[in-house]
Design a protein around this ligand. Structure first.
Ligand SMILES: C[S@@+](CC[C@H](N)C(=O)[O-])C[C@H]1O[C@@H](n2cnc3c(N)ncnc32)[C@H](O)[C@@H]1O
Length: 270
């Protein structure tokens, strides 16, 4: 499939298996409580990135361009470059950029790949498999849900005992090492296809933080290696710190990997 020819807007044809869930194709802001923390989050959610580029080439490879050269064409498909400038954080080009419409630095913003299927894995609940083979560096989907304040994330974390969907992304600011940017996403009730991805201690996918036009990052799932058809897609939910897991929240991991850490990772709120 040639992504470049087919996609120039977000396309997501997936749906939930449970009618009580609301399918959303992008992150949305939680319902507010009017407090300062919520208002700050709302400001961030509504703010736009003002750094755009003026590149004349498809790859935005100009020296000084903050965006480009994150992806490359392999087998007629856009995949992550191994030698990209920044390993964890990606800035994609947006509508304000002056680069050509055919710019290669737009991928996550166009939505999930085709061929994802929800499957029941018994001990782990539902999971996501791919019905086709995938190259290393392929974008799978976003982990999209409600963007929460930290207070709301902690509150919901305490009440989501059986199955927990809240993901906390920690980014270290380049300006100051001590400045951590935290993003809390909950796709439990309002979420996209990414909410079905299970954890593995030896995952075949990884998460990257991707920004297009908002300060709030998208959490994007990419393959870490070539993947065969019908394989389950997994990523690591984080680290396991037994000192931080209380008995009630200790959950066994059933990933089946040789290096399995026995318990599911716990949310790191600090
Ligand atoms: C983001 S959801 C993944 C989808 C979920 N399995 C479902 O049925 O909707 C995360 C939850 O899935 C379950 N889960 C994910 N990975 C697991 C694993 N390796 N072992 C056991 N349970 C797992 C846990 O209940 C976890 O809180």
């Amino acid at each position: 499939m040639n992504n470049l020819e087919i996609r120039n807007e977000l396309v997501d044809n997936y749906e939930h298996i449970d009618d009580n869930l609301e399918y959303i194709i992008e992150n949305i802001l939680q319902i507010g409580d009017g407090g300062k923390e919520y208002k700050d989050l709302e400001d961030d959610f509504q703010s736009s990135i003002i750094k755009f580029c003026y590149c004349e080439t498809n790859s935005c490879g100009n020296e000084g361009c903050i965006h480009g050269e994150n992806y490359e064409l392999r087998n007629n498909q856009l995949v992550l470059r191994n030698d990209r400038k920044c390993k964890d954080i990606i800035y994609e080009c947006n509508d304000n950029c002056q680069c050509p419409k055919s710019c290669l630095n737009k991928l996550v913003q166009f939505g999930p790949i085709d061929g994802l299927k929800i499957q029941n894995f018994d001990t782990k609940g539902y999971g996501l498999i791919t019905t086709k083979t995938l190259l290393e560096g392929t974008f799978i989907c976003e982990y999209a849900g409600e963007i929460l304040t930290k207070t709301e994330a902690i509150k919901r974390d305490k009440s989501q005992n059986a199955i927990n969907y809240i993901l906390c992304l920690n980014e270290i600011s380049s300006e100051s090492n001590s400045n951590k940017i935290q993003t809390f996403i909950d796709p439990r009730i309002k979420g996209n296809i990414g909410r079905y991805l299970n954890h593995s201690c030896d995952p075949n996918c990884e998460i990257l933080s991707v920004r297009v036009d908002s300060i709030i990052p998208k959490i994007a799932i990419f393959t870490k290696r070539n993947i065969k058809e019908n394989e389950e897609l997994t990523f690591s939910y984080g680290t396991v710190d037994l000192n931080l897991i209380d008995e009630i929240n200790k959950k066994f991991c059933f990933c089946g990997a040789q290096n399995c850490r026995i318990y599911l990772p716990n949310l790191s709120f600090c």
